[in-house]
Design a protein around this ligand. Structure first.
Ligand SMILES: [Mg+2]
Length: 369
């Protein structure tokens, strides 16, 4: 089957959310009062609508402009026989403007929307389209907590997450006292992860990691800056006895291959709205399996990218954990159907991504730049 693109639209949404405290969250150094979702809506010549999502916290207008001015003119009226071939052609066509970052986020949204259409053409759920042997199953999730920088709040949020049924918790703290507060609050049996978002240099990472050893971390995520310094990451990994995770700032299977070659990590963290969509994600899964590493996808988002991640995990790696950003949204594109039940998630079973976004929510939260 082929897809002819009749129409393409990027729809920016801002849905207010709270971190459960009387202060506004921050992202990219800016206030972050709303979840920015850049929907990519593709309509095929037979009238099938596919939905994708481009990663865009704090960069929504830039991603919207990139899609409208650089990508849309290249894809309108195109007939696509193979999504991976088409995406590779686009990567080659505009590589001189920057391989990674916002352009690749937009490619990711486009790729997800095209896969949604392809599975809808076949009238099967996406996970079945990706792997006909796969079965719908319950997936373990983890509460991905905001950085509160306060041991008391960390303790409260950890206990609240457990009350909501989560059996795994990830902190975004950068100091020992919050990690201690979390471990003291949850006891020894709940696996605890720590993501420091590249906050340390090598020396600090080495020093702090030694102190963190006693908290039995499931993994330590993105300990050093810059994220693509795989050589230093490997050096750190060889000196500390805590498993390392990274990948949310890597793009395409090509860059993941570089990271994996350095033996820099234990857990591989592709983000489907960033890496180049489902096409690149599948290649990254193959690399992960080939090198006997573990997949731990990045998915702190709430649109079609969230659904695509559930389908990919269901299709290829159902033992991977699902990252759920622990925030309170004012409205959801998918009502309650993607919320955790006892800390677990399952993929919606309808055709394509399984759910289309709620058009009233789109109308209410659409941003007019
Ligand atoms: Mg992270």
């Amino acid at each position: 089957m082929s897809i002819k693109i009749n129409n393409a639209e990027a729809i920016p949404l801002k849905i207010p959310f709270s971190i459960g405290l009387n202060k506004t969250a921050k992202s990219g150094g800016l206030d972050w009062p709303a979840l920015e979702i850049l929907l990519i809506k593709i309509e095929s010549s037979e009238g099938i609508v596919g939905w994708g999502e481009a990663f865009n916290y704090s960069s929504q207008f830039a991603a919207l402009s990139a899609f409208n001015s650089m990508i849309k003119p290249l894809i309108l009226k195109r007939k696509i026989e193979s999504i991976p071939d088409f995406l590779m052609e686009l990567q080659k066509t505009i590589h001189i403007f920057g391989r990674y970052g916002i352009v690749m986020h937009c490619f990711s949204g486009l790729d997800i929307a095209l896969y949604d259409i392809e599975a809808k053409q076949k009238k099967i759920p996406l996970y079945k389209h990706l792997n006909s042997n796969s079965k719908k199953t319950k997936l373990n999730g983890y509460a991905s907590l905001y950085r509160y920088a306060d041991p008391e709040i960390v303790k409260d949020k950890c206990l609240e997450s457990i009350k909501h049924g989560y059996k795994y918790i990830k902190l975004h703290e950068i100091n020992e006292q919050e990690v201690k507060a979390a471990r003291d609050a949850i006891g020894d049996k709940i696996p605890l992860m720590l993501d420091v978002n590249c906050s340390w240099d090598y020396k600090s990472a080495l020093n702090i990691s030694k102190k963190l050893k006693k908290y039995n971390l499931y993994f330590l995520e993105e300990p050093i800056f810059p994220p693509e310094d795989f050589e230093t990451l490997f050096k750190l990994k060889s000196k500390i006895r805590i498993p390392l995770a990274a990948g949310e700032n890597c793009y395409t299977a090509y860059q993941f291959n570089q990271m994996i070659k350095y033996k820099a990590i234990d857990y591989v963290q592709p983000s489907v709205t960033k890496v180049g969509g489902i096409t690149e994600f599948i290649k990254i899964i193959k690399l992960t399996n080939k090198n006997k590493l573990k997949l731990m996808p990045h998915s702190p988002y709430f649109g079609p990218g969230w659904l695509a991640n559930l389908h990919l995990i269901t299709a290829f790696c159902p033992s991977a954990l699902v990252e759920r950003l622990y925030v309170y949204e004012e409205a959801s594109l998918y009502k309650d159907s993607t919320n955790p039940a006892k800390g677990m998630f399952s993929v919606p079973n309808d055709i394509g991504l399984g759910l289309d976004p709620n058009l009233d929510v789109i109308k209410t939260y659409k941003v007019n730049y």
